[in-house]
Design a protein around this ligand. Structure first.
Ligand SMILES: C=CC1=C(C)c2cc3[nH]c(cc4nc(cc5[nH]c(cc1n2)c(C)c5CCC(=O)O)C(CCC(=O)O)=C4C)c(C)c3C=C
Ligand SMILES: [Fe+2]
Length: 464
């Protein structure tokens, strides 16, 4: 019988399939706790939950047998996009975001309270070893995101198979692990040059940037999201333990979002005290997502990229002490929205369109404001062809005894140029720049999704 260690399935460097158990995507993954989900008020009791698991074959996972991870049932197989689960309870330790699909999870799936972004340099000596790395990574993602019992305890003369920090059962906790690659992975080392996504470049300096190279770029980026700190830390430790021959962590930053907003599925409020995310395109609009987020067959991109997305990550320090001494009127003018409601200036509803959408001559929202520069609405909506999925960070104090806090700005887009770069160029010189300073991040390409029995990035490797 196999367990979930890094050698399951065979870690031979060949594109060996990932085997797994079947799980019913419609199964009840509501929490055991007494918490009542706003969108799932009818909770089953513990016995019912365990029954529902055993009836779908999870018992093998719970008892630590062969392949301790689960995957989607037939209906999920037929519909591979990682849809927002219908009865997600943000507080639930038991929510599984299926890792399989045409697109990776963690992009249009619900935001979580916690995240880690970690960039790695690859030390895999050749392409075969790189394939082995992606096989291992896939196996760990499949296990961690669906939970189960860690591998059996080994001989006491060896290190344990995992950290043990989550106890004897690993809950899925809405965990997603999204894998992206940087432009440097396509350098001479692995013979991948011809397969590079055409717009993938190292992140350039923008005018307001003060980039610190120790916080920039990387061969590979993991975005690890879940609804607790311990779940994201556990996942990162597991991945480091299982990939340390191939990957060296290069920079890492922890992100958080207000749990109140995540639980109630409302727009998170950022560190400046403004609702942040209101203007995003709807993740539930598949055709909009295909246009704005996912690389598709209508592009000139290499075919293996279809279903992937360009990812822009910007580490942006926010000068909070300075901001907190700024008059409300100025704060609202800088953003172009009201502080409490998040509505456009002069409006009351968060989602109401601004005056300038219908009349470009209107000045209620200053021309220079953040939202107006980002999304001028000169030709309708979505001038900014990107989907934002940002987190706050907190790194302690600067050498000047100021709060070292800010935004891990993350956007996904089908075109880096039409998405992040064009939008950033419109924002260059905005009044908000007095309060923010980008110091790191990078441009990456989030790999397409993978099916059960497939390996992340297999499309890329098959072409070689
Ligand atoms: C290049 C893209 C963007 C960067 C970088 C960026 C930084 C940044 N943004 C905020 C806070 C807010 N941004 C808001 C809206 C908004 N921002 C961008 C793009 C970037 N922001 C876009 C495309 C939009 C949407 C505009 C619209 O549709 O009208 C808002 C308003 C609420 C919302 O729509 O989300 C806030 C608040 C910070 C603090 C920041 C850097 C630290
Ligand atoms: Fe913004």
């Amino acid at each position: 019988m196999k367990n979930n260690s890094q050698d399951t399935p065979k870690d031979s460097g060949k594109m060996s399939p990932v085997k797994n158990l079947q799980i019913d995507s419609k199964a009840d993954f509501s929490p055991l706790s007494k918490h009542i989900c706003a969108n799932n008020p009818q909770l089953p009791n513990r016995r019912k939950w365990i029954k529902s698991l055993s009836s779908i074959g999870i018992s093998a996972a719970i008892s630590g047998l062969s392949i301790p991870f689960a995957n989607a049932n037939e209906s999920l197989k037929n519909d591979l996009s990682p849809k927002t689960p219908k009865s997600v309870c943000a507080e639930s330790l038991f929510t599984i975001i299926p890792p399989f699909g045409v697109n990776q999870a963690g992009i249009t799936t619900p935001e979580t309270t916690d995240a880690i972004f970690v960039a790695f340099k690859s030390v895999a000596p050749d392409i075969e070893t790189l394939k082995t790395l992606f096989t291992r990574l896939t196996n760990r993602i499949v296990f961690l995101t669906q939970g189960g019992t860690p591998a059996a305890k080994p001989n006491k003369n060896y290190p344990p198979s995992e950290s043990g920090m989550l106890g004897q059962y690993i809950n899925p906790d809405s965990l997603t692990i999204t894998v992206s690659v940087g432009a440097t992975l396509f350098d001479k080392r692995y013979g991948l040059i011809s397969q590079k996504p055409i717009e993938l470049i190292d992140m350039p300096d923008f005018p307001n940037d003060a980039l610190d190279t120790s916080w920039c770029d990387g061969d590979l980026l993991l975005q690890i999201c879940a609804n607790s700190k311990e779940t994201v830390i556990y996942a990162l430790r597991d991945i480091i333990k299982n990939t340390s021959q191939y990957l060296v962590p290069f920079w890492k930053i922890d992100g958080f979002l207000p749990s109140k907003a995540i639980k109630s599925n409302t727009t998170p409020i950022n560190l400046f005290g403004f609702k942040d995310g209101t203007g995003n395109p709807s993740k539930h609009d598949n055709s909009l997502m295909n246009q704005i987020v996912w690389v598709g067959p209508n592009s000139k991109e290499p075919s293996w990229t279809h279903g992937g997305s360009y990812q822009a990550v910007r580490l942006i320090r926010q000068y909070l002490e300075f901001w907190d001494r700024t008059p409300l009127k100025q704060q609202e003018a800088d953003f172009g929205r009201h502080k409490g409601s998040g509505a456009h200036l002069g409006k009351t509803d968060e989602f109401e369109e601004p005056y300038y959408a219908h009349n470009q001559a209107d000045q209620i929202t200053p021309i220079d404001s953040h939202v107006r520069r980002a999304e001028p609405r000169k030709h309708g909506r979505h001038d900014a062809k990107l989907l934002r999925r940002s987190y706050n960070y907190s790194l302690g104090l600067t050498k000047a005894s100021q709060l070292d806090m800010g935004l891990i700005f993350v956007s996904y887009q089908s075109s880096l140029q039409k998405g992040f770069i064009d939008t950033q160029n419109r924002l260059n010189g905005e009044p908000l720049e007095e309060y923010i300073k980008p110091f790191g991040g990078g441009f990456f390409f989030a790999l397409p999704g993978f099916r059960e029995n497939e390996i992340l990035g297999s499309g890329l490797f098959k072409l070689l």
